[in-house]
Design a protein around this ligand. Structure first.
Ligand code: AHR
Length: 680
C-alpha cells in the first residue's frame, strides 16, 4: 500500500513537473522577421498525369495524332489513313476518313481518353475538331460518347452531329450533354453511312473534348475541382513546369516554354520522361501536349493571387541520365549557351514586356495585354558541379552575368542540387552565394528520422536535418527556397498521417527561420490513381473525383495561417523543435496583421498528450494579449497509417473548435498538429 502511494505521488509530481516544463514563452510585444507572402506555395510538374489527364481538362488523348505511334490511344475502323501535311506546321499529322467500301460499312476513330472518359449527368461537353472535305462536298461526323461494355440497346450514351463542308480547314464545334454519370467511356467519331448515303471524304485534326464547366469557364481550361483545391491552399508562389521535365532526358526533350504558347493546335508535342523513367511503372502513352503551357500557368498564378516562379533549362540535360564525361555530346557547351539565355530574356519579355515587343505582343494576342508581373526566375532544376568540373555553376554564371544586368528587378533562383546534404550540396551552397543568386532551391525527400531531426550519416554523425536545420544557416547568403520536399515513410510510401505530422513538425523550422526561408513547396503536387509514377503526392484523383491527403491539410493550415511576422517562441529559452528534453513538441508563433491575430502552431509527435502553457510576454500595446476570440484547429488521426482515399476522402481533416479567448493552458493530443488563432 505504501509503495503504491509513493509511486502515485511520484507520477503526479512528474506530471506536474512536465506541465511546468512545457511553458511556451511567446513574446507578443516585438514583431520578428517578416514572413514573405511567397512562404508557402505549390510546385507543379507534369508527373503522375498531372497536366494531360489531370489538371488540364482535355479529355482526348493524342488529339493531334502526333504520338510517335500516330494512332496510339485511338481505335480505327473502316477506311482510315494518317496524313502528314496538315494545317499546323508543328503538328502536321491528321487523319483522313474515307468511304468504307460498302454502303453498309462505316469508317471512324474512337479515343480511349486518359484511363477512360468520365462525365457527369446533366453536364455539357464541348467537342471540337479541325476538319475539311478535301474533295469537296459535305459530310456529317456523328460524335458519340460510347460505353463499349454496355448491356443496353445502344452503346451510345450521348452525342452530337457536326456537319463538315468544303475544302478549307475550319474549326467545328458541337455540344454533348451527358445523360448519366459514368466513367470509362470512349469518344467515337463516326463517318456513318445513313440509308446507304455515301459521305464525302473527311479530314480531321486536333480532336478535342472539354467539359464546358472548367475553372473560370475557360475554353482551353483546367479541371475545376483540381484548380479549386489549389486555390484553397492560398498559395503564395507557384513553381512550374517542374522538376526533371525542365531538364529533359536529352536536351531535345527539355521543356521549351516557347513551344507551350500561341494557338493550342500548333503547340508541338513533347515526350514526357515520366513515361519511361521507372520501368517498374511504365506509361508508354504519357506525353506533353503543352495545352497547359506557360500562358495558362501565368494565368493560374493570377487567379490564385500568387507569384509565378518559372524554371528554365540551364543547358544541362538530366545529370542522372547523362554522364558528364559526354559533356560535349549531351549538354550545351558554354560557348553555345546564348540561345538558352535568350530564352530566359524572352520569357521575361513574354511575362512583363510591353505589347509592342515581340513576346509581349504574343501575350496580348493570347488575350492578356496586361503584364503578368513576373518577379522570380529559376535557372536549372536538380543540377550539380562535379568535383573536377563546375558543370552547373559555370553555366549559371553566364546566365547571371546577362540576366542580372538586363533585369535587376527579377529575383534569380539557383540550386543546391538534388540532396539536402553531402558533397554536391557542400560544393554548391557556397557557390550560390558567390554567384549572387537571390535564393537557392533545396530538395529533400527524406524519411521520418530526417524530418524529426534524428538522422545520421554513414559514420554516425548527426545530419543538419529536422526543424532546427535553418537555425544555423548563414544569414548573409541567399534566401532559401525549399522547392521540393516530402516525408517518405520508411517502407511506407503512401500518404499516411504519420509522415504528414512530421512534415507539420518540420515546417515549424521554416516559420521560425522566416528571415531566410522565403519559399517552400511540397512535392509532387498531383497524382492520377491509375497513372502515378511517384508517391507520396499532395492531391490524388481519378477522372471523376479527387481527394486531398493529410499532407495537403498540413500545407493548407500553414498557407491559411501564414502570418506576417514571426514572434519569438521558446521553451526554457530554447527553440521548440523536438529537442531531446522537449517531449516531442514542436512549436512556433507568428502575428498576422491582416487577421490581427497571434497564431501558434504546435505539433506533438510523442505518444502522450502533452500539457502546454502559453506564456504571453512583452509589453507593447500593439501586440499584447487581450484577445477577443480564439479558435483551435486540430489535425489528428486514429491510426498513424491512416490515409484519405477516393473511397474515404474525408477520413482525416482539420477540426475547428472555438476556445476561450483568455485560455492559456492546453493539452496537446498525442500525435497531433494544432493551430491556435487568438484574435484581437
Ligand atoms: O518531384 C519529382 C522529382 O523529384 C522532380 O522531378 C525532381 O526535381 C526530383 O528529383
Amino acid at each position: 500500500m505504501k509503495t503504491f502511494l509513493t509511486l502515485g505521488l511520484a507520477t503526479m509530481l512528474a506530471a506536474t513537473a512536465s506541465a511546468a516544463d512545457h511553458s511556451f514563452d511567446i513574446n507578443v510585444s516585438k514583431k520578428g522577421a517578416p514572413i514573405q507572402s511567397t512562404m508557402y506555395g505549390i510546385f507543379f510538374e507534369d508527373i503522375n498525369y498531372a497536366a494531360d489527364g489531370g489538371l488540364y481538362a482535355e479529355m482526348v488523348k493524342n488529339r493531334s495524332f502526333e504520338f510517335p505511334q500516330n494512332m496510339m490511344g485511338w481505335r480505327t475502323f473502316g477506311n482510315v489513313k494518317v496524313m502528314d501535311d496538315g494545317p499546323f506546321d508543328k503538328n502536321p499529322h491528321y487523319v483522313r476518313l474515307s468511304y468504307a467500301g460498302h454502303p453498309h460499312k462505316h469508317t471512324g476513330i474512337e479515343n480511349e481518353g486518359f484511363f477512360g472518359i468520365a462525365v457527369k449527368e446533366g453536364a455539357t461537353y464541348r467537342f471540337s475538331v479541325w476538319a475539311r472535305c478535301p474533295e469537296g462536298g459535305t459530310s456529317v461526323l456523328n460524335v458519340q460518347l460510347v460505353d463499349n461494355d454496355s448491356m443496353g440497346e445502344s452503346q451510345e450514351m450521348a452525342g452530337c452531329n457536326v456537319t463538315i463542308e468544303g475544302k478549307e480547314w475550319k474549326k467545328y464545334t458541337g455540344e454533348i450533354k451527358a445523360k448519366r454519370t459514368q466513367q470509362d467511356l470512349s469518344l467515337r467519331i463516326f463517318l456513318r453511312n445513313v440509308r446507304g448515303q455515301r459521305l464525302a471524304v473527311t479530314d480531321v485534326e486536333h480532336v478535342s473534348l472539354f467539359p464546358t464547366d472548367t475553372w473560370k469557364g475557360r475554353e482551353n481550361g483546367m479541371r475545376k475541382d483540381l484548380a479549386q483545391a489549389l486555390a484553397d491552399l492560398k498559395p503564395g508562389v507557384f513553381r512550374f513546369p517542374g522538376g526533371c521535365i525542365v531538364e529533359g532526358t536529352d536536351l531535345q526533350t527539355r521543356y521549351q516554354w516557347k513551344n507551350s504558347v500561341g494557338p493550342v493546335e500548333n503547340r508541338p508535342l513533347n515526350e514526357n520522361r515520366w513515361h519511361y523513367t521507372f520501368a517498374h511503372r511504365f506509361y508508354p502513352d504519357y506525353y506533353q501536349s503543352y495545352g497547359l503551357g506557360f500562358f495558362e500557368y501565368f494565368q493560374l498564378c493570377e487567379d490564385f493571387g500568387c507569384e509565378a516562379l518559372p524554371v528554365i533549362s540551364c543547358g544541362l540535360a538530366c545529370q542522372y541520365q547523362n554522364n558528364i564525361k559526354d559533356e560535349k555530346k549531351v549538354h550545351v557547351a558554354l560557348e553555345d549557351l546564348d540561345p538558352y539565355i535568350q530564352d530566359a530574356l524572352d520569357l521575361i519579355e513574354f511575362a512583363n514586356g510591353d505589347v509592342t515587343t515581340t513576346w509581349g505582343k504574343l501575350r496580348a494576342d493570347m488575350g492578356h495585354p496586361e503584364p503578368f508581373n513576373l518577379h522570380y526566375l529559376g535557372v536549372g532544376n536538380e543540377q550539380w558541379d562535379e568535383k573536377d568540373n563546375p558543370a552547373f555553376t559555370s553555366r549559371l554564371k553566364k546566365f547571371m552575368d546577362v540576366l542580372s544586368k538586363a533585369h535587376p528587378e527579377i529575383k534569380y533562383i539557383g540550386t543546391t542540387g538534388p540532396d539536402s546534404e553531402g558533397w554536391k550540396f557542400d560544393i554548391l551552397q557556397p557557390k550560390m552565394k558567390e554567384l549572387g543568386v537571390d535564393l537557392y532551391d533545396e530538395h529533400f525527400y527524406r524519411n521520418e528520422e530526417w524530418f524529426l531531426g534524428k538522422a545520421k550519416d554513414r559514420d554516425g554523425n548527426p545530419l543538419n536535418c529536422g526543424a532546427m536545420r535553418y537555425d544555423s544557416y548563414d544569414r548573409k547568403g541567399p534566401k532559401v527556397f525549399a522547392g521540393e520536399y516530402a516525408c517518405h515513410g520508411k517502407g511506407k510510401k503512401w500518404n499516411h498521417f504519420e509522415t504528414s505530422l512530421y512534415e507539420a513538425a518540420f515546417m515549424t523550422g521554416f516559420e521560425r527561420n522566416a528571415d531566410i526561408v522565403h519559399m517552400c513547396t511540397y512535392a509532387p503536387l498531383f497524382a492520377h490513381v491509375k497513372g502515378w509514377q511517384w508517391r507520396p503526392d499532395m492531391i490524388w484523383y481519378d477522372n471523376a473525383s479527387m481527394f486531398k491527403t493529410c499532407s495537403y491539410y498540413v500545407q493548407q493550415l500553414y498557407g491559411q495561417y501564414k502570418g506576417t511576422n514571426v514572434l519569438s517562441c521558446s521553451m526554457a529559452q530554447k527553440p521548440i523543435a523536438g529537442q531531446d528534453d522537449q517531449d516531442g513538441l514542436f512549436a512556433t508563433a507568428c502575428f498576422d496583421s491582416e487577421m490581427n491575430a497571434v497564431i501558434v502552431k504546435v505539433a506533438n509527435v510523442s505518444d502522450d498528450d502533452q500539457p502546454v502553457k502559453l506564456n504571453w510576454t512583452g509589453k507593447s500595446k500593439d501586440l499584447k494579449a487581450g484577445f477577443k476570440s480564439a479558435e483551435q484547429i486540430t489535425l489528428s488521426a486514429t491510426g498513424m497509417n491512416d490515409e484519405n482515399s477516393l473511397d474515404d476522402p474525408l477520413k482525416i481533416t482539420p477540426k475547428t473548435e472555438i476556445i476561450a479567448a483568455d485560455a492559456t493552458e492546453f493539452k496537446i493530443p498525442a500525435k497531433s498538429f494544432q493551430v491556435y488563432i487568438f484574435k484581437k
